[in-house]
Design a protein around this ligand. Structure first.
Ligand SMILES: Cc1cc2nc3c(=O)[nH]c(=O)nc-3n(C[C@H](O)[C@H](O)[C@H](O)COP(=O)(O)OP(=O)(O)OC[C@H]3O[C@@H](n4cnc5c(N)ncnc54)[C@H](O)[C@@H]3O)c2cc1C
Length: 419
């Protein structure tokens, strides 16, 4: 493409999470000049591995879901990253002092029965909660699962959307020993320029090309790929032209739920389970779940979903660590607690440029994923996990969405090169 002086660059990618990386990889070597405008100081977005005391901790995505058709798994294999292919401990019997084997079997059966009703005869309301059995004593357990799976209660989950994910997903969930976030961050192509700490504050697509306003000035490009989360897009962080109201509305129908991870370090020698999951209170819809010694590491990785995750942003991680300490004391006794030390906490909902965990469709709004994914004229392209029809909420769905948006852009800007 002949470079046109009207523009600073051919393509801007807004946001350098997994979707932005997917788009950048696809555009790399295309002959187009491409810049990333990223609000934070790093690549990865909700993929973020931090190294603490020599242990890689995935604060966001950790599981290579649907590993057989996960694009990140393929990249990891190509590049020799070590993958742990063991089954996750989620469905293993729990060594639980207050949740007997019989109760565990009943709770699993209740979950599977609900799942079966949702898939075979989805409620006319499209509300996943309407497939619950009102008589079941395990509805709190099912709501807790919804907290981990979707970050929101079943009343707010579209059955159509949930089922689309379930039909496409496989049983294989693997892990990367060096961390999922590390893999994502390592894949930024060298020929795509990055401008960090450059939040886009306004997008104007009325004239030729796109004008993107940042605190450092305006960038003019032929086209842009927008990958920010739905909560960012639906909020007031970026001024958008009125013509994009349908995209903003679609984003508001696909909100991010709330999920956070809090890690305890296990100090010294202590008899605690390895690769085992224990739910704090199986009857509490807001219960945390503890993953003991994941990958044999000296850690307890805690998952909080829905309201209990929301509390982390309202009250701060210290208050959540106090509550988790009380729950762990009930499970393990006070002696064991001498060996558990709060190590790190995520804060995704409180993070200005993320604002939650991953997207779910509100009842009646599963079709909005398609609206959100459609290009605007020949110059604005949309990616991000929420735009994927059935691998939404995941890092591999985000990767695929970035590749899809880059292909759409190439087909319009560089028809010959995209074939
Ligand atoms: C606690 C937790 C656990 C998870 N576990 C898993 C898991 O095990 N497996 C899995 O597959 N997925 C998991 N996910 C989901 C997965 O991390 C996300 O679906 C995926 O990383 C989203 O990628 P994305 O590129 O769509 O969005 P993001 O990662 O949100 O990237 C968007 C980028 O845009 C930037 N940005 C925002 N606003 C602006 C602006 N105005 N200007 C410029 N830049 C901006 C942000 O800083 C960010 O870097 C988890 C997420 C969380 C929070």
């Amino acid at each position: 493409m002949a470079h046109d002086k009207t523009f600073d660059v051919d393509v801007v990618i807004v946001g350098g999470g997994a979707a932005g990386v997917g788009a950048a990889r696809r555009l790399s070597g295309s002959g187009l000049s491409v810049w990333l405008l990223e609000a934070s100081q790093r690549i990865g977005g909700r993929g973020w591995t931090i190294d603490l005391e020599g242990i890689p901790l995935d604060m966001g995505c950790g599981w290579l879901h649907s590993a057989e058709h996960n694009g990140w798994r393929a990249i990891a294999e190509e590049q020799g990253w070590e993958i742990d292919r063991r089954a996750a401990a989620w469905d293993k019997p729990q060594p639980h002092p207050h949740f007997s084997d019989v109760e565990q079997a009943e709770a699993h059966a209740a979950f599977h029965a609900w799942h079966e009703r949702l898939m075979s005869s989805p409620p006319a309301s499209d509300r996943a909660a309407d497939a619950l059995d009102p008589q079941s004593p395990w509805n709190g357990y099912l709501q807790a699962m919804s907290g981990y799976i979707s970050g929101a209660p079943l009343e707010r989950i579209s059955a159509t959307d949930y089922n689309a994910y379930e039909r496409a997903a496989t049983e294989h969930n693997w892990r990367l020993l060096r961390g999922y976030g590390s893999l994502i961050a390592s894949q930024w192509p060298g020929d795509v320029g990055c401008r960090f700490a450059s939040p886009v504050e306004g997008i104007d697509a009325d004239g030729p090309g796109v004008k993107l306003t940042t605190p450092q000035g305006t960038v003019r490009s032929r086209a842009a790929i927008i990958t920010v989360s739905t909560n960012v897009l639906a909020g007031n962080l970026i001024r958008l032209p009125g013509a994009l109201d349908e995209w903003r509305h679609a984003a508001s129908c696909l909100p991010l739920g709330c999920d956070e991870k809090l890690f305890f370090h296990i100090d010294g020698e202590i008899d605690l389970p390895t690769e085992q999951v224990i739910i704090a209170d199986p009857r509490d819809a807001d219960s945390p779940v503890f993953y003991f010694r994941p990958l044999e590491r000296p850690l307890v990785e805690t998952f909080l979903g829905g309201r209990s995750a929301h509390r982390v942003s309202l009250e701060g991680p210290a208050a959540s660590f106090d509550q988790l300490t009380a729950s762990l004391t009930r499970l393990l006794g006070s002696e064991a607690m001498k060996h558990l030390r709060p190590l790190a906490s995520s804060a995704w909902s409180a993070s200005t440029y993320i604002r939650g965990s991953y997207s779910h469709a509100l009842p009646g709004h599963a079709h909005q994923r398609q609206q959100l994914a459609s290009p605007f004229r020949d110059r604005l392209f949309f990616a991000g996990e929420a735009t994927h029809p059935d691998a939404f909420s995941t890092a591999h769905g985000a990767l695929a969405s970035g590749e899809r948006a880059a292909n759409e852009l190439l087909a319009l800007l560089q028809p010959a090169a995209s074939r």
